[in-house]
Design a binder for this molecule. Structure first.
Ligand SMILES: Cc1cc2nc3c(=O)[nH]c(=O)nc-3n(C[C@H](O)[C@H](O)[C@H](O)COP(=O)(O)OP(=O)(O)OC[C@H]3O[C@@H](n4cnc5c(N)ncnc54)[C@H](O)[C@@H]3O)c2cc1C
Length: 565
């Protein structure tokens, strides 16, 4: 059977993927291929908001895109590429107003403008929001636009491989989850927008599907990955359940308290307090717990009580609902137990400001990509923004490429390709070992959270590399059901293969980076070291395994300085 052909294929139906597809559609035909139906992508879970220097509230007057850019670069601990950050901040108002015009129900100021709240690391209230379910509002709007523009969606397809010939993309192979059959798709250009890799960690706010498989797809096909050791830990997830409680809680004035009732942020960020950037707040919480000032030595409190019922109902109703349904507690009257948890993948597929990767015709956008606008630490509200700004740009470039380049997937090579990938999948599917996927996955999560987490040090990172390698060996002896229809065990096994590979890259990158910068904190090297490490980590697949190199950071306006909040 001939492959299904579209000039451009977008993998992933989250905000980045749909925004890219809408842009392609202005120029040529496009289809979105996604593991879940688009509105179920993790983008729908985003709570707190999206940044743009609109200056809509009185305290925000005087905000400019340059100030947004500066805050972002400072937040990134100067690792972000400043040319990319300028684009992000400059195009932010355009993209937010576009969403408004498409119908996103943003919360409003009394005058009817888009409301904006303070967020961590930002000088002005810059975060536009729709109560505390901003991602849901944006994704529904975007999906409406996709439907309206007739964008074809292949849902329930798990892409198992990109097809790349001579460093040029030709299409992809997907597993149809409903039938269990492999399908071949040809395309002149492919956009990857597959989201982050948070599930590699035991404690994470990310949905179950966020294994990082798309990042692995690109890596295995020969693309470079950038800055994978930079993982964001969000300060406030519900204790033990790890559902996110948005930074908007602190943006609206919430406090963090230790077991003695002290607002401990006064000790490490006296000016910004609870609204210091996430790396700093997460470390402060972890330190309180480690030094015995956590409640039961396990968590701290998020206190919203002083905000009062009206503000909570008006601006954080989802948070109240989450607390009530998951732990039977009402934040209007009670303290919320919180702990840090993995939240965001700052690194990802190395790409330029137009989404271009080292593979011709392959583009990346959104959380799976690393442009890099977040550097060593992302500011809250900047990643929803990234999906829109760089989703659009990647779509534009992919369309331009697809209109003058053809796919090299002809009939004979297609047969060979299908055979090649069918074998790869069948090999995993047929495994009849004794190991359980879930048990390896749990062990991996624990190693990553414990030894490649908020605090890192040499001997533990070395142990982590070794333990990951042992887990990979156990993976060879895994048991995977042979079923066809909705064989989730097979998908889980494929995911685990990707997670093990990415975990190794994260741990090795962290081991080699002998400094502390943003989210990467080395107890044995507690200072930032610009002389040796003001550079991006670039990881590539080489014959002997992962090969790590470094690349300079683009610095335009803002010279690296000490970060004080
Ligand atoms: C709980 C939570 C709250 C957040 N709140 C905020 C916030 O308030 N503000 C902010 O700026 N950021 C926030 N973030 C981060 C932000 O939501 C994400 O970074 C962003 O939405 C990612 O969008 P995306 O389009 O890149 O990927 P996603 O929305 O994750 O979509 C990924 C898509 O890829 C598909 N996919 C993946 N692998 C495959 C495969 N192998 N084959 C086929 N399809 C595949 C999936 O089906 C999915 O459609 C939050 C994140 C979380 C987890």
């Amino acid at each position: 059977m001939a492959p299904i052909f579209h000039p451009v294929l977008v993998i992933g139906g989250g905000l980045a993927g749909l925004r890219a597809a809408l842009e392609v559609k202005k120029h040529c035909d496009v289809a979105v291929i996604s593991m879940v139906y688009p509105v179920r992508s993790h983008s729908c879970a985003a709570q707190g908001g999206i940044n743009a220097s609109l200056g809509n509230v009185p305290e925000g007057r005087g905000d400019t895109w340059e100030k947004h850019a500066y805050d972002t670069v400072k937040g990134s601990d100067f690792l972000a590429d400043q040319d990319a950050v300028e684009i992000l901040a400059r195009e932010a108002p355009l993209r937010v107003y576009e969403m408004e015009h498409w119908g996103t129900p943003f919360s409003r100021t009394p005058e009817g403008r888009i409301a904006q709240r303070p967020f961590g690391g930002a000088e002005f209230p810059r975060t536009c929001y729709a109560e505390d379910t901003t991602g849901h509002a944006l994704l529904q709007t975007m999906n409406e636009q996709a439907v309206k523009n007739g964008i074809k969606v292949y849902a329930e397809r798990f892409v198992v491989s990109l097809v790349v010939r001579d460093k040029k993309v030709a299409g992809l192979i997907a597993l149809n989850r409903l039938t269990g059959k492999l399908e071949t798709y040809a395309a002149n250009a492919v956009v990857l927008s597959t989201g982050g890799a948070g599930r590699i960690y035991a404690e994470t706010t990310n949905s179950l599907i966020m294994s990082g498989y798309g990042i692995y797809l690109a890596y295995r096909a020969g693309a470079a990955l950038k800055d994978m050791e930079f993982m964001q830990f969000h300060p406030t997830s519900l204790f033990q359940i790890n559902i996110l409680l948005t930074e908007g809680c602190r943006g609206e004035g919430g406090y963090l308290l230790n077991k003695n009732g002290d607002r401990f942020m006064a000790w490490c960020a006296p000016k910004s307090m609870e609204l210091a950037p996430r790396d700093i707040v997460a470390r402060a919480i972890a330190t309180e717990i480690l030094e015995g000032r956590g409640v039961n030595n396990e968590y701290v409190y998020l206190d919203l009580r002083h905000l009062g019922e009206r503000i909570i109902e008006e601006r954080l109703p989802g948070i109240r609902r989450l607390c009530r349904s998951f732990i039977g507690l009402d934040p209007v009257h009670e303290l919320i137990p919180v702990e840090p948890a993995q939240h965001y993948t700052m690194g990802g597929i190395d790409c330029n400001v137009n989404g271009g990767t080292e593979i011709k015709g392959l583009y990346a956008a959104g959380e799976c990509a690393c442009v890099s606008v977040h550097g060593a630490n992302r500011l809250g509200g900047n990643s929803l923004l990234e999906t829109l700004v760089f989703g659009k740009r990647a779509g534009e470039s992919a369309a331009a490429f697809a209109m003058h380049e053809g796919s090299d997937m002809n009939k004979s090579s297609q047969d060979a390709i299908e055979e090649e990938y069918r074998k790869a999948v069948e090999k995993i599917k047929g495994r009849e070992g004794k190991e359980k996927i879930a048990s390896i996955r749990n062990d991996l999560g624990r190693v990553m959270s414990k030894k490649v987490g908020i605090f890192r040090k040499e001997n533990e990172l070395e142990e982590a590399v070794e333990e990951i390698s042992n887990l990979s060996a156990r993976f060879e002896n895994v048991h995977v059901s042979k079923g066809t229809v909705y064989n989730l065990e097979l998908i889980n096994a494929l995911d685990l293969e990707a997670m093990l590979a990415l975990a190794e890259i994260i741990a090795r990158g962290a081991l080699l980076r002998k400094e502390s910068r943003g989210s990467h904190f080395r107890i044995d090297y507690p200072e930032r070291d610009d002389a040796n490490f003001l550079r991006h980590t670039i990881a590539r697949l080489a014959p002997g395994g992962v090969k790590i190199e470094y690349r300079g950071v683009a610095i335009t306006k803002f010279k690296p300085e000490k970060r004080v909040y």
